[in-house]
Design a protein around this ligand. Structure first.
Ligand SMILES: CCCCCCCC/C=C\CCCCCCCC(=O)SCCNC(=O)CCNC(=O)[C@H](O)C(C)(C)COP(=O)(O)OP(=O)(O)OC[C@H]1O[C@@H](n2cnc3c(N)ncnc32)[C@H](O)[C@@H]1OP(=O)(O)O
Length: 230
């Protein structure tokens, strides 16, 4: 199955750990692969998207516990120089902050480059509880921000969330599987406008809808430009 960014060419899967000599990089764990906590519904949806990756329409996005690991190629190695070994070891991407599988954010993202669309298969675990039996709104905001943010990253490179507006329509049961579906609506200079819907797998329940503004931070080429697919 095709994967983006391709692990052989961008260096993101190669990461130096503190106890390992820098000349001996090791592979970071990809958390967006199935584990035993994934429900049948999550597995089925994941298989459906993997199938759609076969003709190149969709790309599976690997997920690492440290954001640095997502940076492609040369920029990755340059960013390592800007951070101390301790900083690299001690930070974690917020939705990957729990060690036990299944209790927090279980998710996998897929990108459709031509539609500038990123979807996220999300199974909220018991430690994300807000109202009894349902996901905390903050956890929903987190997965929306991460999905939209990854979509904006693809289109614009380094970005920050400037505005995120969410309407919560129906609570998300813990342990259920929802589809977070985001797309870029417009790009105006450094501003990237996106929208997002969170729906049940059968599409019958709208859980949340959101709009967001991301601001591009620098003039480096976007991943999309690097893939030359616009
Ligand atoms: C292939 C795919 C690839 C995938 C990759 C996958 C994996 C990726 C891995 C991991 C990514 C996961 C994704 C993570 C997602 C999480 C993201 C976050 O949580 S970000 C943290 C929260 N956000 C902040 O803390 C920002 C705080 N704010 C700021 O730092 C600044 O305000 C900033 C950078 C947003 C803008 O500041 P300025 O100084 O650069 O720019 P100025 O001039 O202020 O704004 C530029 C324009 O934007 C408008 N603007 C700015 N903020 C606005 C706002 N809130 N509402 C409306 N307009 C705004 C301004 O009015 C201005 O517009 P005019 O050029 O004048 O037309």
């Amino acid at each position: 199955v095709e994967e983006f960014p391709p692990s052989g060419s961008n260096g993101v899967t190669l990461r130096c750990r503190s106890r390992v000599k820098s000349s001996c990089p090791i592979q970071s764990k990809d958390y967006a692969l199935p584990n035993s906590s994934w429900s049948q519904g999550m597995m089925d949806l994941y298989s459906r998207f993997l199938e759609m990756c076969k003709d190149g329409t969709w790309k599976r996005i690997p997920s690492y516990s440290n954001s640095v690991d997502h940076i492609p190629g040369k920029a990755f190695w340059e960013s390592l120089k800007l951070m101390s070994e301790k900083e690299r070891k001690d930070t974690r991407l917020f939705p990957r902050n729990m060690d036990t599988e299944g209790v927090g954010f279980e998710y996998a993202m897929f990108l459709n480059p031509s539609e500038k669309r990123m979807v996220c298969l999300f199974q909220p675990g018991p430690y994300l509880e807000g109202p009894s039996g349902f996901a905390h709104g903050g956890s929903t905001a987190t997965i929306i921000d991460s999905t939209i943010g990854s979509c904006a990253t693809f289109v614009a490179g380094r970005v920050m969330t400037a505005n995120l507006s969410i309407n919560y329509r129906n609570p998300i049961p813990l342990g259920s599987v929802v589809l977070v579906d985001s797309k870029v609506d417009q790009v105006e200079g450094r501003k990237v406008f996106l929208s997002c819907h969170v729906r049940s797998i059968d599409g019958q329940t709208l859980h949340a809808e959101a709009t967001a503004l991301f601001i591009r931070l620098d003039s480096t080429k976007s991943l999309q430009q690097q893939m030359s697919c616009q």
